[in-house]
Design a protein around this ligand. Sequence first.
Ligand code: SF4
Ligand code: SF4
Ligand code: FES
Length: 249
Amino acid sequence: MAKKTVRFIIRRQPTPESQSHWEEFDLRWRAGMNVITGLMDIAENPVDRVGKATTPIVYDANCLEEVCGSCAMLINGKASMACSALVHKLEHPVRLEPLSKFQVVRDLAVDRGVLFENLKRVKAWVPVDGTYDLGPGPRIQPSTQEEMYPLSRCISCCLCLEACPEVNERTGFVGAAIINQVRLFNEHPTGKALKAERIKSMMGDGGIHGCSFAQNCVRICPKSIPLTMSISVVYGQAMRQALTNLFLK
Ligand code: SF4
Ligand code: SF4
Ligand code: FES
């Protein structure tokens, strides 16, 4: 009996500046295979579907269990995590492309540095003063922990940025993942120390006012983070700060 195969059609680009082109591969189908295992098969035997030798596909992946956030790509045109994309659930042939809103590094690997630059911009951390013993931290109520935990599940995959109509070079909008981190750290008893600075950064260019509440972000987030709720909360914090600034004038 002929072995069952699955066809991958992959957009390749050798350098950030070069033109992209498509390559097609016929892979041996196995129950439970996902997009990353398909890419591993190509790396093992980098030969296209007509038998021409090529190079392994370059892509990012690490944890292989939807935790590290690095394997985001377009799968059949939809921003998805490759390690959890089961081949038997996808339309065939399977078309793979890099995320469209980030500079291609090579093939399916993109530079998502903008996310990390924006996390720095909004000071998405809890400030600690030195490395000496500061004693116990402030207590956090279990109810606050429960509310905050879902916000902390972000894996920096950038799917919400890819899906957002407002994230582009023209607007410089930071996107839902960043706004969610602002909410998370503003709620933390120690993180609150930088709340005013975070809100100030949210009120500037590329900040909270860039959101048009299209809600694509909350629909695509693989970690089901309540992103639109975070946007509303931070929006409220920014409005209160704007009113306070007005009265202080
Ligand atoms: S609600 Fe819409 S515009 Fe706002 S961050 Fe989400 S996808 Fe973007
Ligand atoms: S908020 Fe969700 S979609 Fe956006 S980067 Fe975090 S995990 Fe990914
Ligand atoms: S490899 Fe880590 S999320 Fe997919």
